[in-house]
Design a binder for this molecule. Structure first.
Ligand code: AMP
Ligand code: GLY
Length: 425
């Protein structure tokens, strides 16, 4: 089979690395990819949002399956676009159409979906810009801290948690004034839930599903979960507090009603559902849905999957997941992210990276790197590299990831030193 993966981050590198091991893989392409993906796939210089170019490439190269990494092409309708053209209508696509992608593309849609299908989530209300005064009155009925969410995609910055009502009202005004353009012209205000978070991944064909290994993500820049939010500073899989009993609750109360809900709403969903969960007094609640895999969670999850990924994706794309199962390694995977100094605020790029060839016990997934003219690998983004190690315990895996984090050097290198520490007994 010839497969095209869309995207350019650590998530796509991990997906390509896993797909490259599949027995039915013929050619693997990634658009646009990065220097890391180039080691396991052929990089193609196409922007995933340029649907016409993606289509031409698919036709010219006999692509059988497209795996969409990031959410933006899905929310913008790449699946519908490819399915509508007779030249690509038979191509298998991992990623929902525009209606299913609303689970991530609109917080209001996701919340009303959960309410309609009985999926536990925080109580909420949605307001549009013309209802600013009603929204402020509603805030006075809530307890602090106040959770405000821009309805649309806001590059991961659309959720603001304010300790005081005055700050919450200011944020509301900024959102309604278009801080994130149309994405914040509608705002979800919801109850604050206090608990511990984890990420659960589901692969579905719209009827049946398999649950992938769960992971915990570390979102803040500083040790001890302090400082600004980032795209993710590390991940651990499995998550010790996600016991069998808890995961059974997740499956019966959340995964099953979600897939059933898609069916009831006539949404033909073939792809990943990433469920951001919070465990409150041993009960799971949904914080958010994403319509793709997580980053950096994918870098920790893929190395733990023992089943053939392409085989599972083919089943998901063709409606044959019923009866499928997924074999998972009992080992622990830890991922430590190396970022550019200054990230998530301003940072420099084009800084030479050395030591990549000296790492042996750790998988090095590239997130934000590029190849310089003289063939050196340089930094090209905030998150630079994802260092994943497998071990018999969190500390065993972590010692390998941290050893790699020291071996690789570049000016301004920064990483969190406490990934997984909260999970160790
Ligand atoms: P999201 O972009 O929806 O993932 O939200 C970003 C982060 O905000 C989440 O990972 C949570 O840490 C936090 N968050 C979102 N909604 C809530 C909530 N209702 N209660 C507490 N924390 C929340
Ligand atoms: N790790 C969080 C995300 O991918 O959105």
């Amino acid at each position: 089979m010839n497969v095209l993966v869309l995207g350019s981050g650590g998530r796509e590198h991990a997906i390509c690395w896993k797909l490259a091991q599949s027995k039915n893989l013929n050619k693997l392409f990634v658009a646009p990819g990065n220097p890391g993906t180039a080691a396991v796939a052929s990089n193609v210089n196409i922007n995933p949002l340029d649907f016409a170019q993606v289509k031409s490439f698919i036709v010219a190269n006999g692509i059988h399956m497209v795996v969409v990494g990031p959410e933006e092409p899905l929310v913008k309708g790449i699946s519908n676009y490819l399915q509508a053209d007779p030249a690509t209508s038979n191509v298998m696509i991992i990623g929902p159409g525009q209606n299913g992608a609303q689970l991530e593309g609109s917080k209001d849609f996701a919340k009303s979906f959960m309410l309609r299908h009985g999926v536990p989530t925080a109580a909420y209300k949605t307001f549009s810009a013309s209802e600013a005064s009603e929204a402020k009155t509603f805030l006075t009925t809530m307890k602090p801290p106040y959770v405000l969410k821009a309805d649309g995609l806001a590059a991961g910055k659309g959720v603001v948690i304010s300790p005081s009502i005055d700050e919450a009202k200011e944020t509301l005004d900024l959102f309604f004034a278009g801080k994130f353009g149309d994405a914040s012209k509608k705002v979800v205000i919801e109850e604050f839930l206090s608990g511990i978070e984890l990420s659960v991944f589901v692969l579905t064909d719209g009827q049946s599903y398999v649950i992938l290994p769960e992971a915990k993500d570390y979102k803040r820049i500083g040790d001890g979960d302090t400082g600004l939010n980032t795209g993710g500073m590390g991940a651990v899989s499995p998550v010790p507090f996600a016991s069998k009993e808890f995961m059974d609750k997740v499956e019966t109360r959340i995964v099953r009603p979600t897939v059933e809900g898609l069916k009831k709403d006539s949404i033909d969903y073939r792809g990943f559902i990433f469920i951001g969960l919070i465990k409150v007094n041993n009960e799971p609640f949904v914080i958010e849905y994403n319509v793709r895999m997580g980053d950096p969670e994918t870098e920790a999850v893929m190395p733990r999957i023992e089943s053939d990924l392409l085989d599972l994706l083919e089943k998901a794309a063709t409606g044959k997941l019923k009866g499928a199962s997924i074999k998972t390694s009992t080992q622990t995977a830890t991922t430590v992210i190396l970022v550019s100094g200054g990230y998530p605020e301003e940072y420099k790029k084009n800084i030479a990276i050395s030591g990549l060839d000296k790492v042996s016990e750790t998988l090095v997934f590239h997130s934000g790197t590029k190849e310089h003219e003289n063939c050196a690998i340089v930094t090209a983004g905030g998150r630079v590299l994802a260092l994943t190690s497998l071990g018999n315990s969190i500390s065993d895996a972590l010692s390998k990831s941290y050893s790699a984090a020291e071996t690789i050097t570049y000016h301004g290198k920064y990483y969190r030193k406490d990934i997984g520490k909260d999970l160790m007994q």
